[in-house]
Design a protein. Structure first.
Length: 253
């Protein structure tokens, strides 16, 4: 008799201990009693009635979800491979358990479909320059659907956009041509400004008596200091004017 009592006590202790469950701070425990949702347990040490109750732990932390590369045809018929990452959080644990068989997988599949649908409505240039806008559209679409599963989509980020090799080469040539065009424009503007400055300097020199002679002397001084071998011949300006007059007289004859 005493042995039977001890046996019952041991069985009761095992039964009670098996019903003790620890829920971590980042989890919630969804309780099903005879298959029906009856409560949601908060973090801490909780009691679950064995056999009659079942507890499903749900992680409520922010979770990153990789979206594998999707082959997308843009609006201007360019094929690109695009991948992304989705950040989501469970905000309603019972819905996440009861409304879908696997909320993480369901979110991934819906995000893939949304990624293909949204990016297909943009041209390639828009796809490359409007990543934030496109990511926001994808987030809004996915968030509407996943809210029915107790999921809050916090953010969607497009990561890599892979283009065909021929398209990469064409874009590289286009970028090189654009850089060359800008370089030519800058050079032309520089030459224009230099010509304008030279014209203004020439006007000032021609209107200032003796300025040309000073300019000539400065040029001769710079040439004379260079180490290269050279011969410099200097003529008075009056001699040059006289020779010019003689030449003009011969031309008139």
């Amino acid at each position: 008799m005493d042995g039977f009592v001890v046996f019952l006590i041991v069985v009761a202790a095992i039964f009670i201990l098996s019903g003790l469950k620890v829920i971590n701070q980042y989890q919630r425990g969804v309780i099903l009693t005879l298959g029906k949702h009856t409560s949601t347990k908060q973090p801490g040490l909780r009691i679950v009635i064995p056999i009659f109750q079942k507890m499903i732990r749900v992680d409520v932390r922010s979770t990153p979800l990789d979206i594998p590369k999707q082959e997308v045809i843009t609006r201007d018929n360019v094929t690109a491979n695009i991948d992304a990452v989705v950040y989501f959080r469970v905000i309603d644990a019972p819905k996440a358990v009861l409304e879908t068989t696997n909320y993480s997988y369901a979110t991934s599949q819906f995000a893939q479909a949304a990624l293909r649908d949204v990016t297909g409505n943009f041209e390639l240039d828009e796809l490359l320059s409007k990543r934030e806008e496109i990511s926001l559209k994808i987030k809004e679409i996915v968030d509407v659907q996943t809210s029915q599963w107790g999921i809050d989509v916090e953010n969607v980020k497009m990561q890599n956009i892979e283009l065909p090799q021929d398209m990469k080469r064409a874009m590289a040539k286009q970028a090189e041509a654009e850089r060359e065009r800008r370089s030519n424009v800058i050079n032309s503007q520089g030459e224009k400004e230099a010509a304008k400055a030279l014209a203004e300097a020439a006007a000032i020199i021609s209107g200032t008596p003796g300025a040309l002679n000073l300019r000539t002397l400065n040029t001769i001084e710079r040439i004379s200091t260079e180490p290269s071998q050279k011969t410099t011949m200097l003529f008075p300006i009056e001699f040059i004017d006289a020779m010019r007059d003689i030449g003009n007289g011969l031309n008139r004859k």
